[in-house]
Design a protein around this ligand. Structure first.
Ligand SMILES: [Zn+2]
Length: 411
């Protein structure tokens, strides 16, 4: 009897995802009769996986190849329904950056010390633009320095980045953080997950498509992203001449303003505690980090609070560091995915951060050392539950948190 999509089991999707990691996307897709689509994808361990080939492969794995291939898949909605029902999230990479019919007029502040950059991005554009990430490996495959990657180390908060993804310019974003060491975030999965690299977080500013030909006429040959012959260079990140960039902003229907704001303090770390209330860039930076961590965690865990386990709207969940950044080694700081978790704004974030609850070595949520009689009603739904974010990779971070708060018991 012929099988239908409703017979597909969750574990088959998991096996298909593992196969994708083992053999790579190209080989994977060639073994199905679907084409690669970059619109509807599943994100797993930083890889962007085309959803239709994924389902087709899962089907083949579960029912073997004696079937007449998998049944038809009508479109995004059906694909989403099949995946959601089995606990996987379908990401519409067009969703968050699509053009509204009326693009509001934006004004882009360009200060005297603002540097301008051009980034060439692949099919990962939509995902990483919305996440607000620019990432490049620290070294080439053979350990060599790669200049267009190393440019990322020169990027500073406040700089502006023009995003190009074939065949056109897509958007502008504002740099929000200093470059930091990091393993690849979601969307950069064509390298191993433990590849050391440089991460810069950005804030999406303005999405507006401009055809390549219109933009290139305003760029100087042999400068920045252009070759001497006037073609686009292969490579990642290039400095842009300021006047060239301003022309492109106008093509994107953006106004420009040139009023200098107070200087940016480049010494600031990623900790939120050190902000002055009027520090524009500091707020941008904290928001960018929160958006980035939250989106990474949401894709990983779905919209669940890691402590109380409630499924909640995204905006009621915050990404919290398990071990605070100030206490992390350089290596731990690079572990952006495992160092944080999602907690809800109904108190779980505070219970954990202040040490009212800790997570034991086997992943069970326990009372911390603080007096708990006044908040017993708050603790009851949480204590004794398994903490969803407790994994082999995050166990040491929870252990640090537990010891830190228990050590402070007597003080
Ligand atoms: Zn909660």
């Amino acid at each position: 009897m012929s099988k239908s999509w409703s017979d597909l089991e969750r574990h088959s999707i998991r096996e298909a995802i593992d196969l994708w990691h083992r053999i790579g996307g190209e080989e994977f897709i060639s073994r199905t009769r679907f084409k690669e689509s970059n619109r509807y994808v599943v994100v797993d361990r930083g890889q962007i996986i085309s959803s239709k080939p994924l389902l087709a492969m899962a089907f083949q794995l579960q029912f073997g190849c004696d079937q007449d291939g998998p049944p038809r898949l009508s479109g995004g909605d059906q694909t989403r329904a099949i995946l959601n029902k089995r606990g996987y999230e379908l990401v519409d990479t067009y969703g968050e950056t699509s053009q509204p019919t009326e693009v509001p007029l934006v004004t882009i502040d360009v200060q005297s010390d603002t540097n301008l950059w051009w980034v060439n991005q692949s099919t990962n554009f939509a995902l990483v633009y919305a996440d607000g990430t620019l990432w490049a490996a620290a070294k080439g495959r053979n350990g060599q320095q790669v200049a267009h990657w190393q440019n990322l180390e020169k990027v500073r908060p406040g700089d502006l980045v023009i995003h190009y993804s074939r065949p056109e310019i897509r958007a502008v974003s504002r740099v929000a953080t200093m470059p930091t060491s990091s393993y690849p975030p979601d969307g950069y999965g064509d390298v191993a997950a433990d590849t050391p690299g440089i991460l810069v977080l950005t804030s999406p500013l303005h999405a507006r498509r401009v055809p390549r030909e219109s933009a290139l006429q305003f760029l100087d040959n042999g400068v920045g992203p252009l070759t001497n012959e006037g073609g686009l260079r292969n490579g990642y990140l290039f400095p842009l001449n300021r006047d060239n960039a301003l022309e492109i902003f106008h093509l994107m229907d953006a106004n420009t303003a040139f009023e200098d704001l107070p200087p940016v303090d480049l010494g600031i770390s990623l900790e939120a505690g050190q902000l002055g209330p009027t520090d524009n860039y500091a707020i941008t930076r904290v928001r960018a980090e929160q958006r980035f961590l939250r989106r990474q965690q949401l894709r990983r865990w779905g919209g669940l609070c890691a402590l109380c386990g409630q499924k909640l709207p995204d905006e009621l969940l915050v990404a919290a560091h398990i071990k605070p950044r100030w206490a992390c080694s350089d290596e731990e700081r690079m572990d952006i995915v495992n160092i944080s978790m999602l907690t809800c704004m109904f108190g779980c974030d505070a219970l954990f951060e202040l040490g009212y609850v800790v997570v034991s070595d086997n992943g069970t949520i326990e009372c911390g050392s603080k007096p708990s009689h006044l908040i017993r009603d708050r603790l009851t739904p949480v204590v004794g539950r398994p903490c969803q974010a407790h994994t082999r990779e995050s166990r040491e971070y929870f252990s640090w948190h537990r010891k830190h708060h228990l050590a402070n018991r007597e003080s």
